[in-house]
Design a protein around this ligand. Structure first.
Ligand code: FMN
Length: 173
């Protein structure tokens, strides 16, 4: 029974992850940030190539500039910090998969520390502008920046399709 309770509390935690885009001014403690980055370091990658890199951005001026680039990144403006994911840019499909895994782990590790977070995607000219702004070498993929901070508001419940509408048993139809 105890094991079931542990599994349930763990899956409750995983299920509770919601995007948070409004943050308190409070800074993120260094050890919480370090722990989040360590979780990111242990994210799995295709062929264990570990191509992902992370730029930690704390300067509010830089965060404001990113928030103004093309994309859905306005929430960077109020964040305590931003984590930009840099991918190698040699294998688009693999990069996208590894990047998604890493982003989710970062968000879950942040939540474990009581921090809110949201993915922000740079689009169009925002990617090249972000790459230049943060001195990322040409050819690397700059797409995802995660805002992190203590939530200013309670997490929303979220909206999801019913399980029956997305899960098929044995065959699709
Ligand atoms: C690939 C991907 C790209 C996303 N891009 C953005 C984005 O650019 N800006 C943003 O605010 N949220 C972005 N999100 C967050 C989604 O809007 C969010 O996961 C979805 O609305 C569900 O939110 P909830 O988990 O809080 O219910 C992105 C999520 C994914 C998976």
């Amino acid at each position: 029974m105890a094991e079931t309770e542990t599994a349930q509390s763990r899956t409750d935690f995983l299920r509770s992850l919601r995007a948070v885009r409004e943050f308190k001014k409070t800074a993120v403690p260094d050890d919480a940030l370090r722990d989040i980055l360590e979780v990111g370091r242990w994210s799995g990658s295709a062929g264990n190539q570990q191509g992902a890199e992370i730029v930690v951005i704390k300067d509010p001026k830089t965060l404001n500039t990113i928030a103004g680039l093309e994309g859905f990144v306005h929430h960077l403006a109020g964040a305590a910090l931003g984590l930009l994911i840099v991918m190698p840019g040699q294998w688009a499909e693999g990069d996208a998969f590894d990047e998604g895994r890493l982003a989710e782990r970062i968000m879950l590790a942040a939540a474990a520390h009581g921090l809110g977070s949201s993915i922000g995607w740079l689009t169009g000219s925002g990617r090249e502008a972000g790459r230049r702004l943060l001195n990322v070498p040409e050819g690397r993929t700059v797409r995802t920046v995660i805002s992190i901070g203590y939530p200013a508001t309670a997490a929303r419940r979220g909206i999801r399709k019913p399980l029956d509408s997305i899960v098929h048993s044995e065959k699709y139809s």
